[in-house]
Design a binder for this molecule. Structure first.
Ligand SMILES: Cc1cc2nc3c(=O)[nH]c(=O)nc-3n(C[C@H](O)[C@H](O)[C@H](O)COP(=O)(O)O)c2cc1C
Length: 215
């Protein structure tokens, strides 16, 4: 490990989530792609929860979660979730107390897109401000080559559903509380995130340890 990589790891280990540093991109540890709960059991346990502990999520868990949402799972670059015509038009943003980050699947890294704690802007329900992580699914309509304008929202909403369900199943397996959310002030959040006219907030999803479970 070279010196700057070592410093990055050191800085990550000094914070709750490892995301407090103002780095351009934060490499995530490789996802743990073996083990976990058997699929049928995860399906049995999947449910929405709306009470979260505020304890930050460790970087390894974040790595696993984001990979489940839409990470690269084949040498071809294809993802854990399907997208219509392989457009890969959905960006997953991770909104934590430390800032807003875009998950970059090819490099399995987080790229900072906004500073400060924007959690309260990710939804209209109280728990979004204190839960450690809110994912925001953002469609980039410019990537949807050949799609009719009226179909862009339809397909990007569909594609988001697959990703959100992957997160639900990972959370069931990892014992995390999670709820996908449409109750979002999309204009306010888009402005805070600096989104362009070609981008659209589709859904948000809150993740954390179940209330009262974290030590
Ligand atoms: C597209 C979509 C939008 C949703 N929006 C919200 C929301 O804004 N707030 C919320 O608390 N739950 C939201 N939910 C969660 C549903 O209320 C929940 O899935 C439903 O009550 C069934 O419960 P279950 O997920 O435990 O099976 C949403 C679910 C979906 C699929």
């Amino acid at each position: 490990m070279n010196k700057s990589a070592y410093m990055e790891v050191l800085m990550m280990s000094m914070t709750g989530t490892g995301l407090a540093q103002d780095a351009g991109a934060i490499r995530l540890p490789p996802p743990e792609t073996a083990g976990g709960m058997p699929l049928m059991q995860a399906l049995k346990e999947r449910h929405s929860a709306r009470e979260f502990d505020s304890k930050p999520l460790p970087l390894q868990l974040l790595s696993n979660l984001l990979w489940a949402a839409g990470g690269v799972n084949r040498p071809s670059g294809h993802r854990t979730a399907p997208t219509a015509r392989d457009w890969r038009e959905i960006d997953v943003l991770a909104i934590t107390a430390d800032g807003a980050y875009r998950y970059d699947p090819p490099t399995h890294a987080l790229v900072k897109v906004a500073a400060g704690d924007l959690r309260s802007l990710t939804g209209t329900q109280d728990f979004v401000a204190s839960a450690p992580l809110n994912l925001v699914y953002v469609a980039d309509f410019d990537r949807m080559n050949g799609a009719h304008a009226e179909n862009k929202l339809f397909y990007s909403a569909t594609d988001t559903g697959f990703m959100a369900q992957n997160v639900y199943l990972y959370c069931a397996s990892a014992g995390l509380a999670v709820v996908v959310r449409g109750l979002v002030d999309r204009d306010a959040l888009a402005a805070a995130l600096g989104l362009g006219a070609h981008q659209r907030v589709i859904l948000a999803q809150t993740v954390g340890y179940p209330a009262g479970s974290a030590q």
